[in-house]
Design a protein. Structure first.
Length: 578
């Protein structure tokens, strides 16, 4: 039986500060804006708020390039604002976690500026500096063939000291050298202890498996012979000392009652995942697995589409549901974050006639699954992706911009190639999650005053999809989420901790059983993942006669007997048996 914990039962709501609420009408969201919406978040049924990076940063990668861990990005507010935010969240009975971005810093961080200043600087070894190689013609070559996550080579040349530095993300994000103990200690003090002492209740740990690089930084295997750089994840994901580092980091946090949730891309195998989250090994409390959010994206090249269907969706979404049952490990449930398109658009349908049912269907599935539930801002009202008509100029994320420029460079002005690139952006760009939160139907969606230019365009769909239209409207996506979260809290032994069993019947039907072994309570979730009406077979272990219909995305708490075994497009129900 899983021991209970606040961070297992708590529902987490992720806020992207730039796009949540702009209080001073400069077009960028800010901390006072967040504070003004805390009642809204609490009333939704949220227990824990996760704030994406709000630290001082030149914003090469939207704050995932930090130039001072102990200060705030000026347009978001001051350190005092941030302290008030922590207080105000606590005053409402909620907890708050911050983003912990420690694989790299900004190239404007004083540590890097020092490191860069000379080869003999005491902080030189805090980053990865390497001399050039030379080919037979005497041309300068990079130290190895690694590609960065944002498509460019993972090395950038520095004129002053005539060496390259390593960055597995953008060139403004040099990788910290975790091999250096002074560097690690500085990170622990500045990025972790500083905030724990100010009352933060934990961290979402960015790229939690990438701090340890393979010794010698060898060339990556050549998988794409025509390319000058190669995917090198195998040399920096789950590296040789990663578990040592994470244990050390846990030691820094252990005097405090905190939660940690780490990003764990490129780790498909259970045994590898368990090393990070087994409670006895003491590293992270839980991780985000990338199986579901990565669907449709080629590993290492998200814009290259790969087909998937609802069988893939079901399998990947539920792949880690058994973790809490057989081990001392815990798991997460999520479909969205700031790096992914909207779940309604990706995994259901955002057509006007289907999108409300879709949003509620996905919500029904998520809230009846086992693990800590994470919601991303706007998911609670069923926000959708930007439309296909969006110009490439609207996309601002470093990954999207580099991708489009790369296509332009390679394909010249071939209209077909550019059109395809636009389609790929519309499918999976990170920008879809980064547009302003839709509070009402005014010109700037209530994110900032009308007449102000928001940093990202407001989606046209805000006229129909917004908070004010949904608040208090019984059948809205928002009120449905609120009901679901109440139910999840009331029956937490079943929904948060229960034993999960997937029932396979047909491709587009999602059906699963939850059992609370303490009380014997059982729930059955059925969801139609498709646009077509379907019928399903009764599950012998869960007769519907005598079962209570707990919740239903078609508003009615009753389903006519003659249509009980059939589901409308994107219909979802949860039944309970005592
Ligand atoms: O994302 C890192 C990350 O998980 C992806 O780049 C992943 O490695 C890739 O999709 C391959 O599976 C985090 C943040 O969430 C993101 O916003 C930042 O850009 C990135 O780290 C760098 O800090």
């Amino acid at each position: 039986q899983q021991p209970r914990a606040w961070w297992k039962e708590g529902v987490v709501y992720q806020i992207y500060p730039a796009s949540f609420k702009d209080s001073n009408n400069d077009g960028t969201g800010d901390i006072p804006g967040i504070i003004s919406k805390l009642d809204y978040i609490r009333d939704l049924g949220i227990d824990i708020i996760w704030i994406s990076p709000h630290y001082k940063s030149p914003q090469v990668d939207m704050g995932y390039d930090i130039s001072d861990f102990e200060d705030i990005h000026e347009p978001y507010g001051s350190l005092e604002d941030c302290e008030r935010l922590i207080e105000e969240i606590h005053a409402r009975g909620m907890k708050v976690i911050f983003d912990l971005v420690i694989n790299h810093t900004s190239d404007q961080h004083p540590w890097f500026l020092e490191s860069k200043s000379s080869k003999t600087n005491p902080k030189r070894d805090w980053y990865f500096w390497r001399p050039p190689k030379f080919d037979q013609q005497g041309n300068r070559r990079r130290p190895n063939n690694w590609r960065s996550q944002f498509t460019k080579p993972a090395w950038t040349w520095d004129e002053t000291t005539q060496e390259y530095y390593l960055h597995v993300y953008a060139d403004g994000q040099p990788d910290l050298n975790w091999e250096n103990e002074d560097c690690r200690r500085a990170v622990y003090g500045s990025a972790i202890r500083f905030w724990l002492e100010r009352g933060v209740d934990g961290f979402r740990v960015d790229t939690a498996n990438k701090y340890s690089k393979v010794r010698g930084l060898p060339d990556a295997p050549i998988a794409e012979p025509d390319e000058e750089t190669q995917l090198a994840m195998c040399h920096y994901a789950n590296g040789p000392r990663i578990h040592e580092y994470l244990k050390e980091m846990k030691g820094v946090m252990s005097p405090f009652d905190v939660m940690t949730v780490g990003e764990l891309p490129n780790t498909p195998d259970r045994a590898d995942v368990l090393k990070y989250i087994s409670a006895s090994s003491g590293e992270l409390d839980m991780v985000f697995n990338f199986d579901t959010v990565g669907l449709g994206q080629t590993p290492g090249n998200r814009f290259l589409p790969i087909p998937f269907d609802n069988v893939d969706f079901k399998y990947n979404l539920t792949k880690w549901q058994a973790l809490p049952e057989t081990t001392d490990a815990w798991t997460t449930v999520f479909l969205e974050n700031h790096d992914q398109g909207r779940s309604v658009s990706r995994f259901a349908s955002d057509l006007p006639q289907f999108r409300e049912a879709s949003a509620k269907m996905l919500a029904t599935v998520l809230t009846s699954m086992t693990g800590t539930l994470f919601l991303y801002q706007g998911q609670e009202i069923g926000m959708i992706n930007a439309p296909a008509s969006w110009s490439e100029l609207n996309y601002k994320c470093v990954r999207s911009v580099n991708y489009f420029n790369d296509v332009c460079e390679r394909a010249g002005n071939d209209p077909a190639a550019l059109e395809e690139a636009r389609r790929n952006l519309q499918r999976v760009a990170r920008d879809h999650a980064r547009v302003p939160m839709q509070w009402d139907d005014s010109a700037n969606a209530g994110f900032c005053a009308d007449g102000v230019q928001p940093w990202m365009p407001v989606l046209e769909s805000h006229v129909d999809i917004n908070v004010s239209k949904q608040l208090g409207r019984q059948d809205s996506v928002l009120e449905y989420w609120r009901s679901l979260l109440k139910l999840r809290k009331r029956l937490s032994a079943l929904f948060v901790y229960g034993k999960f069993t997937l029932i396979e019947q047909q491709k587009d039907l999602m059906m699963f059983l939850k059992v609370d072994s303490g009380t014997g309570l059982r729930a059955l979730t059925v969801a139609n993942l498709s646009k077509a009406r379907m019928s399903f077979d009764e599950e012998p272990h869960f007769p519907l006669d005598g079962a209570e219909l707990l919740i239903h995305n078609r508003s009615s708490k009753l389903v006519d007997l003659d249509r009980r075994m059939s589901l409308e497009p994107f219909e979802a129900r949860v039944y309970l048996r005592r």
